[in-house]
Design a protein around this ligand. Sequence first.
Ligand code: ATR
Length: 278
Amino acid sequence: MSKVIIEKYAVIGNPIEHSKSPIIHGMFAQQTDDAMSYDTILGPLDEFVETVKKFQQEGGKGLNVTVPFKEQAWELADELSKYAQRAGAVNTLVFKDDGSIFGANTDGIGLIRDFKVNHKVSLTDKRILLMGAGGAGKGVVQPLMEESPACLVIANRTPERATALAAEFNDLGDITGGSFNDLRDQGRFDIIINATAASLQGIMPPLPESCLYEESVCYDMMYGGRPTSFEYWSEDNGASLVLNGLGMLVEQAAESYAIWRGRMPETKPVLDSLLVTW
Ligand code: ATR
C-alpha cells in the first residue's frame, strides 16, 4: 500500500491565535479528501524571514501571510503575481520545487468575488468610495479598478496618504484621494468600502452622511464576529445592503487554495457553516 504524503501549509501572523484560516482550509481539504495539513504559526516580530525559511526547509508547501508581515513577504518572494506586484503586499507564498518562492495577493480577488458572486453586486459604472489608504486599502485598488467603476475616491484620516495612493494607481482610471472632510463636496456613492483599522478600535470613520443614499452598498472589510461601527452606521443611515468581510475572508482563502492545489474549492458551504458557528 502506498503511503499518503500529507503536504504542509500554514498561516503566519502576529497575533495569530484567532485566525479562522485553519478551519476554512480544513473544510476546503475535506471537500475532496485532499491530503494536506494547515496550521498556525506565531511569527516572532523580528524573525519573519527565518521562520518562513525554517517552514520551507521542513517541507512546507505554502503559507498564508497576515498582519504584520505582508510587506516582508512581498520582499521575500522571488517572483510576484500581477496583483501582489502593485499591492506591495503578499498574503500567499508558494514554495516551489526548485526552492524559489512565489508570492501572490488574493485579498482583492476575494473582495471582488464576494461582491459579484456571493452578493450579485456589480461594481461596473459605480461611484466607489474607499475609506483607508493603508495596506488593506492599497491591496484592493487594482482589482476594484479592473471592474471599470465610474470613479474611485479614496478618503483617509491622513489625506496625504490617500492622495499618494490615488496618484500611484491613476493610470488605471478615475482615481482621486483626499480627506474625509473633502467628501462633503463629492456627492453620494453607490459603493462604500471601509478598509481602515477604525473598526478594530470600535470607531466609525468621520464619513459625512451625504455620501450615502438608499441605493448605497456598504462593505466593511473587517470581520470580527459581530457588526462593526461602520455596519451599524450604514444600517442606521439607510444603506440598501450592509456587508462585512467574512465572504472576502473565505474567497481570498479559496483563491490561495487554488494557487496551491490547482483546484478551486466550493466556498458557499464553508461560508454557510461559518455563519452558523461564528
Ligand atoms: P492596514 O494594513 O490594516 O491597512 P495600516 O497600513 O496601519 O494598516 O493602515 C490603517 C488604516 O486605517 C489607515 O488608513 C489609517 O489612517 P491613517 O493613514 O491616517 O493612519 C486608518 N485608521 C486607523 N485608525 C483610524 C481611525 N480611528 N479613524 C480613521 N481611520 C483610521
